[in-house]
Design a protein around this ligand. Structure first.
Ligand code: FEO
Length: 398
């Protein structure tokens, strides 16, 4: 198995997971990679490892360069098991002189692997570690996206090993940003941020500001998933900057589920109202679109109009599940509105409005409720709802 050279004596030695389709609820339709990196110097250093079942791929790639037992240091940027599943076996094989991690990383490693006897070394910002000719610097990135997360910067080569940040779930035979389809790259970068980092946008904003303030010269960003940014790291940085500011693009999403097509008809008329106001929109039927793909679109949209009929005094399960998922990710700065059909009790619109208010959406209308099957007069209310949302978007974008 071939390692891939990044710069002189720095190699990608990770693993490509072509098969994974679910990452704790995130649909990884294009698979992923678990990236690990090898630095050859006086102190040979492995940055991150891979998921347990992919250990042999990593060992085979390292073995093309050196005997893995010769590695001196292992850097653990992040303790989640897609990057540490193979760590116990690697520690056994390597018997490293140091396992370099953040203070919270040491704690988390102890709580995962229960090994007091491992040679932990706490990485501190400002305390660089020399490897010989090259040296490592560290940035604390607590809660991006776990308490233990940190970045490692290879000073002489100007490579930022960014752990989960700036990654994508994208399996490919190519390893660099300039080698893959740019539309696919943008789509997967967006989906990754939307589903992993939206909740932490305030911290991303601070981190980007800190990196700018430090004047860190970044030639390459080497994340733990997806491609290595060697040609256009600025694209990833700029995208994160934009997303962390929660700026909507002036479009709307009409997200709905339907029982006997009444709410579906209402969704179409909400769309017609948005169109009347010149607003681009997408209709998203939760039956056909996975929640993590919906979240990708939620990231950039300005308004979310939710539609759901009432079932057993509540919501249809797909909408309830989606709301639970979206609430956890806390998208900010959205305009909201709701609609839905009902037979007798009719709680759904109230529940949708409540959920959006809990997420601090600007709910611009009390919503539209229609009994059983809508007539033209009823549907005209849905068109009006779409127009109201459209007007609110235009006012906000001015
Ligand atoms: Fe790729 Fe948070 O693990």
């Amino acid at each position: 198995m071939n390692p891939v050279k990044l710069t002189e004596n720095v190699y990608w030695v990770g693993a490509i997971d072509w098969d994974v389709r679910d990452f704790h609820g995130y649909s990884t339709n294009r698979g992923t990679t678990y990236n690990a990196y090898l630095i050859i110097d006086e102190k040979i250093t492995l940055i991150d490892t891979v998921k347990k079942n992919m250990k042999n791929d990593m060992i085979a790639r390292i073995s093309e360069i050196i005997d893995p037992a010769k590695i001196d240091y292992i850097v653990v940027n992040h303790v989640e098991m897609d990057h540490t599943g193979s760590l116990p076996d690697m520690v056994e094989l390597i018997q490293p002189e140091k396992i370099i991690c953040s203070k919270m990383g040491e704690k988390a490693l102890l709580q995962h692997f229960h090994r007091e006897d491992w040679p932990y070394e706490i990485a501190k910002p400002g305390n660089n570690i020399s490897l010989g000719e090259k040296s490592l610097a560290f940035l604390e990135t607590r809660m991006l996206h776990w308490p233990d997360s940190m970045f490692t910067y290879l000073v002489e080569d100007k490579i930022l090993f960014s752990s989960d940040a700036f990654g994508e779930h994208l399996a490919s035979s190519e390893r660099f940003d300039d080698e893959v389809d740019q539309a696919v790259l943008k789509e997967e970068l967006t989906k990754y941020y939307a589903n992993i980092l939206t909740l932490y946008s305030p911290l991303v904003k601070k981190l980007i500001a800190k990196v700018e303030e430090m004047g860190l010269d970044i030639k390459m960003i080497a994340p733990d998933h997806g491609v290595i940014w060697r040609t256009n790291p600025g694209m990833a940085l700029e995208a994160y900057k934009k997303w962390s500011h929660n700026e909507g693009d002036g479009d709307a999403l009409v997200i709905y589920d339907t029982m006997w097509h009444s709410t579906e008809e209402m969704a179409k008329r909400v769309g017609a109202g948005l169109q009347d106001e010149g607003i681009s929109f997408k209709l998203v039927n939760l039956r056909y679109t996975h929640r993590s793909d919906v979240m990708r679109d939620v990231l950039n949209t300005s308004a979310i109009v939710l539609g759901c009929p009432t079932l057993n005094n509540g919501l249809l399960p797909r909408m309830a599940g989606f709301l639970m998922y979206m609430r956890g990710l806390k998208p900010a700065n959205k305009i909201g509105a709701a609609f839905g059909s009902f037979g007798w009790s009719g709680e759904s619109v109230k529940l949708l409005n409540q959920a959006m208010e809990d997420m601090k959406f600007d709910v611009v209308d009390e919503g539209v409720r229609i009994k059983y099957v809508p007539e033209e007069d009823d549907l005209a209310q849905c068109v009006e709802l779409g127009r109201s949302v459209g007007k609110a978007i235009k006012a906000k974008m001015e």
